[in-house]
Design a protein around this ligand. Structure first.
Ligand code: GLC
Length: 739
């Protein structure tokens, strides 16, 4: 096998430049988002790139092919982060990598590492958290998992891509400190800890320059400071100047077209792109190709292992569910008779739409899952809901019909834009139409009265969908509940409480929705988010007490949308097609804002209830070998087996800088602890993690810090004071420098 250098040495300039531009939507794997250009003469194959964070996104149907190419639909990233279980997220990554490889995909376009700056971000479900450490650590785990299967992972969207409104054009104005400490940090952690094959430049501008044409971002920070050695690609259709992209540090312009190849060739011929730059970029593409299964003649190898992966998807859905409220309602009694309300109970939203979507063989609805686990789901109520939706919208049928339509009408189109719009748009409209417009409160008082008599409890599912390309809106039916949803909750609660029956609300949502206006009416609230294909099984096992919920919020759940710091500047100005988004809250994002300015959220960062309880004791904190070592014991003091997420926050007690009240610096999820069982927990925090960014360098301040160990950012169980004896400063490559 020739080396990359040898192949490069044999290439003409035309061949080298063709490597820098994608070949459009994939022809090799139908439905995959893109592929590179081959150089057949030298044995360089095209490699295939496919989305997405929740599963490999390829079309399940192929024209003239009787086989079906379904994949596993995993829980979305916000659910993975809610598990706080690094090892589990790595297993999800590995499963996605295995399915990618079996389908002939060489690079997975995931994970998304942008920050939950605002709860209405349309792709919040595709990102992990408001906290950069949780995001980065989960992102690194996901990358390790995917790449352990021999295919590549891609960090996206680099960087400052925290909204969808006007996504191709808006400019983010942010301080270097906010970028370094918050928005770049997850990418830096994942680059250093997991060495991803690729990074994808975002659509937006950053401090005036398109990310994909921003040399400071792509070359200075990513390569020179962080030592990234993989490939940099653009998002699909990002930027406005291919020559600037290549000069700024892009290796691969996606999805690519022949016009772009011609434009780059002309630029080279007129000396606008030096030969050594073309060589450097072409080398990165060849290095990626050389790692790919396709280059090694292993494309489409292995099987999808859908049965085994379904179990991983189930586990992540269970551990990612967050119990927000429980006053004697959960778990439900054995073999309960359940009055199941809400369209999402029967058409449970498995994931978000757009490039983050995926096409499974099935989605287990909450009704299916409860029935499969032996609960008695009220048939009268189900009949009412099923009567409202035309069969056409049943998931499987509509998908088959729709895909067949699209295969016939569009399969031959080489216009990627139409394909992309059709793929995203119709998916979105279909899902949206099917689920979101059902009338939620068609029940008479008499009907509810009888339902309350013949059932043991009521469960109401509130569902929302979200998609790439659009942010969510602060209106009824999106962030706020619709009048019919509110009246359903109000009436069911009143009638069931009259019969001393409990009422549980399930939040099948991509991100936070308003809870303040109704949560006092009900007995329990469980956030299941968008939990993937195994949704119903995971939810049923939690409701029936087969497993205790152990999820914790990866974001702050607002009590009032307008209390959040980004409320004033999201989605930017002017309101219609924002050009300018000023990150005026700077580093005070999420709990960094709420805790510093004493604002009360609905539920705090890191919060989540369990069916059991945990005691914390014997905290020890010491400095050892450049690390803060935190040790303690956690005991299950309740009646159920359960897992606890031990969180370690640090608070600088004296600082010459303006700093957040506290910041997450480490965490550890225990194993499943039986009642009475105790686990010794150790969390090691590298000293660098205490640094704040000031004056172009990282500064670890001398002085006292409060180490706050707890079950959430506000449920602190143990405290200790740590003395840092001397100041330490680092450059942006983390080399020690003079302070
Ligand atoms: C989309 C998305 C990106 C995706 C790419 C390929 O526009 O922004 O996340 O990976 O195009 O589908």
């Amino acid at each position: 096998m020739h080396t990359v250098q040898e192949i490069l040495g044999k290439m003409s300039i035309e061949e080298k430049i063709s490597l820098l531009v994608g070949a459009g939507f994939s022809k090799l794997v139908h439905g995959a988002a893109g592929e590179t250009r081959p150089v057949a003469r030298l044995g360089v194959p095209a490699v295939v790139l496919a989305d997405g964070p929740a599963g490999v996104r390829v079309h399940p149907l192929r024209l003239g092919d009787a086989q079906r190419y379904y994949v596993t639909s995993f829980p979305n990233e916000i659910v993975l982060a809610s598990t706080w279980n690094v090892e589990l997220v790595e297993r999800v990554g590995r499963a996605i990598g295995e399915e990618a490889r079996a389908l002939g995909v060489d690079v997975v376009l995931a994970p998304g590492l942008n920050i939950h700056r605002h709860p209405l971000c349309g792709r919040i479900f595709e990102y992990f958290s408001e906290d950069p450490l949780l995001s980065g650590v989960m992102g690194a785990a996901y990358v390790r998992g995917v790449q352990s299967a021999g295919v590549g992972a891609t960090l996206k969207h680099f960087a400052g891509h925290e909204q969808e409104t006007n996504r191709l054009l808006y400019n983010v104005a942010a301080s270097e400190r906010a970028l370094r400490e918050i928005y770049l940090r997850p990418f830096e952690i994942a680059v250093r800890e997991a060495k991803p094959w690729a990074v994808m430049g975002a659509y937006n501008k950053l401090n005036g320059k398109y990310c994909v044409q921003n040399e400071w971002l792509l070359t200075r920070v990513l390569r020179e400071e962080w030592g990234f050695e993989g490939l940099v690609m653009t998002d699909w259709g990002a930027g406005d100047n291919p020559v600037e992209m290549i000069k700024a540090g892009v290796d691969l312009i996606m999805p690519g077209s022949d016009q772009v190849v011609a434009e780059l060739l002309k630029a080279y011929e007129r000396g606008a792109i030096p030969g050594e730059v073309v060589d450097a970029r072409a080398r990165r593409v060849l290095e990626l190709v050389a790692k790919s299964p396709r280059f090694r003649g292993q494309e489409g190898s292995g099987d999808l292992k859908l049965e085994e992966h379904a179990k991983v998807a189930y586990e992540a859905a269970v551990e990612g569910a967050v119990l927000l409220k429980n006053e004697g309602a959960l778990p439900l009694p054995e073999k309960p008779r359940v009055a199941l309300f809400g369209r999402g109970s029967y058409w449970t939203v498995k994931g978000g739409l757009g490039s983050g979507d995926s096409y499974p063989r099935y989605v287990v609805s909450i009704a299916d899952g409860l029935r499969e686990r032996g609960a008695l789901v009220d048939e009268e109520i189900e009949r009412v809901y099923r009567g409202m939706v035309h069969r056409f919208y049943e998931y499987g049928e509509s998908l088959q019909l729709y895909r067949a339509y699209r295969e016939g009408a569009l399969a031959k189109s080489d216009s990627w834009l139409i394909e992309m719009l059709m793929t995203h748009f119709v998916d979105m409209m279909m899902e949206y139409t099917r689920v979101m417009h059902l009338q939620e409160d068609p029940f008479t008082d008499a009907f509810l009265e009888e339902a309350a008599q013949r059932n043991d409890a009521a469960v109401i599912t509130v569902s929302r969908i979200s998609t790439e390309g659009f942010d969510r809106f602060p209106v009824k039916g999106d962030y706020y509940l619709r009048d019919d949803e509110l009246s359903l909750i109000e009436r069911v609660s009143r009638v069931f409480h009259e019969h001393r029956k409990k009422v549980v609300v399930l939040l099948n949502v991509p991100g936070p929705v308003d809870v303040a206006s109704w949560r006092d009416k009900v007995d329990a609230v469980l956030a299941i988010w968008l939990p993937g294909q195994e949704a119903g099984r995971a939810v049923a096992d939690i409701l029936l007490g087969r497993v205790s919920p152990s999820g914790k919020l990866p974001l702050t759940w607002p009590r009032d949308l307008y209390e959040i710091p980004a409320a004033r500047t999201f989605p930017g100005t002017p309101p219609r097609d924002p050009e300018e988004v000023i990150y005026s809250e700077d580093i005070y994002v999420g709990y960094r804002y709420y805790d510093t300015f004493a604002v009360e959220p609905a539920y705090e960062f890191g919060y989540g209830l369990s069916y059991t309880a945990f005691d914390y004791r014997d905290l020890e904190v010491k400095l050892s070998g450049g690390e803060v070592v935190v040790r303690l014991k956690v005991r299950n003091s309740g009646r159920y087996p359960g897992k606890e997420v031990v969180q370690v926050y640090l608070r600088a007690l004296e600082s010459k800088f303006s700093r957040p009240f506290q910041e997450l610096k480490g965490f550890r999820k225990t194993k499943l602890l039986a009642p009475g069982e105790e686990e010794s927990v150790e969390v090691r925090v590298p000293l660098e993690r205490l640094a704040t960014f000031s004056g172009g360098k990282w500064v670890v301040e001398k002085g006292s810090y409060e180490v706050r160990v707890g079950a959430s950012s506000r449920d602190i169980r143990l405290r200790a004071v740590l003395e840092i004896p001397a100041e330490a400063c680092y450059d942006t490559s983390w080399r020690r420098v003079e302070c």
